[in-house]
Ligand binder design. Structure first.
Ligand SMILES: Nc1ncnc2c1ncn2[C@@H]1O[C@H](COP(=O)(O)OP(=O)(O)OP(=O)(O)O)[C@@H](O)[C@H]1O
Ligand SMILES: N[C@@H](CCO)C(=O)O
Length: 340
């Protein structure tokens, strides 16, 4: 459940009246997603998505608007924000930043196939290249600098609270965490030599929509990528790191086992648009590990914050969606044991 900020019909109608889209017809909270509040809204017979940002400042949202508009203009299938009759994109609802976007077609596929991976690979490469016209991109605030910082904080919290309270890390996990942070830090120079630019930063399969074809009558009939969503982690970092984030989620199961055919399809799709350099090919194992470390850490951090919030107010458990940190620990361990 992810409607943290509820809106009445008259509040949505008042908001929509600033746009030239026709009268309010309906609105409905979207249960998927964990970070922001999203509603499907219908006005003038057309469907839109209204997002209220729960944790981002107006300045950060201004930046998402800039990136979203730029990518949509370049033909990348992201929802480009819509301006009101005064030409304004950013609004405030219940004192939080809010934007309106078109509702893009498709749904999340139940089973990820090699064809989905091929399409998302090509779309990711286009996303990377389309970012080249954007100036003053923000550096990744969950990148190379963040891992040691949050990793050490988590270790301290782990030791301070004792395993029975938050149960963040076993002794073995703690050792692996320290070793992995040292490994990544020792590769800082290589990291900054990798081709870099705009990255999505969170292109998990639940952030993409496909127009699903139920009955395929020919070989070429297939689901078609309809949208890349949730560009709210986009920033500047190594492109290969972004590809590794996608590989870890789309191509491996929750135990970290590669799914037959998916990884080659992802790589072929990406390279049909942008060839990887020799340095990137050499750095693939490091980036897969970095991407696993990034989400192991962020999921543990979220879990810890949620545990603290629930300890203060048990009702917080009702609006809590948890993503399992263990999945990313297992992925990291597999990558550490594999020669790429
Ligand atoms: N423009 C859009 N068109 C169609 N559906 C959308 C659009 N934006 C959001 N959605 C739907 O809303 C859901 C939640 O959106 P989103 O992933 O952006 O939420 P979030 O809380 O910001 O995400 P996260 O949990 O990844 O941080 C999506 O999974 C999708 O089903
Ligand atoms: N995609 C993230 C959550 C949203 O940032 C994860 O699966 O941990």
């Amino acid at each position: 459940m992810s409607v943290y900020t509820d809106l009445s019909a008259s509040e949505v109608a008042a908001y929509l009246s600033q746009f030239s889209l026709g009268d309010y017809d309906d609105h409905q909270g979207i249960s998927a997603g964990v970070e922001n509040t999203n509603f499907f809204v219908v006005a003038g017979g057309h469907k839109y998505v209204l997002t209220i940002f729960e944790h981002h400042s107006a300045k950060e949202v201004e930046n998402f608007i800039k990136v979203g508009r730029h990518l949509a203009e370049q033909g990348v299938p992201v929802p480009g924000p819509i301006a009101d009759a005064q030409g304004l994109y950013l609004h405030s609802l219940k004192n939080k930043p809010a934007i309106l976007c078109p509702c893009l077609p498709g749904s999340h596929p139940e089973q990820i196939t090699a064809d989905h991976c091929q399409q998302i690979g090509a779309a990711l490469a286009r996303f990377h290249l389309a970012g080249e016209g954007l100036d003053s991109l923000e550096e990744n605030n969950r990148g190379l600098q963040w891992w040691p910082e949050v990793g050490r904080e988590l270790i301290q919290a782990n030791m301070a609270t004792g395993l029975q309270k938050v149960a963040l890390l076993t002794e073995e996990q703690q050792e692996i965490l320290i070793d992995e942070i040292e490994f990544q830090e020792s590769n800082t120079e290589l990291w900054y030599e990798l081709p870099r630019g705009l990255i999505h930063g969170d292109l998990f399969h639940d952030n993409a929509l496909f127009e699903i074809v139920e009955f395929k009558s020919t070989e070429t009939d297939g689901d078609k990528l309809g949208a890349i969503l949730d560009i709210y982690n986009s920033c500047q970092d190594a492109w290969l790191f972004d590809l590794a984030i996608v590989a870890n989620d789309w191509c491996a199961n929750s135990a970290g086992v590669w799914q037959e055919g998916n990884l080659p399809a992802l790589m072929a799709g990406y390279q049909s648009v942008r060839e990887l350099t020799t340095l990137e090919q050499q750095a693939w194992g490091m980036c897969l590990r970095a991407a696993a470390l990034r989400f192991w850490l962020s999921r543990m951090m979220t879990q810890q914050h949620q545990a603290e919030a629930i300890a203060k107010d048990p009702m917080a458990a009702l609006v809590t969606t948890t993503k399992d940190p263990m999945e990313y620990f297992l992925k990291l361990v597999r990558h550490r044991d594999t020669q790429y």
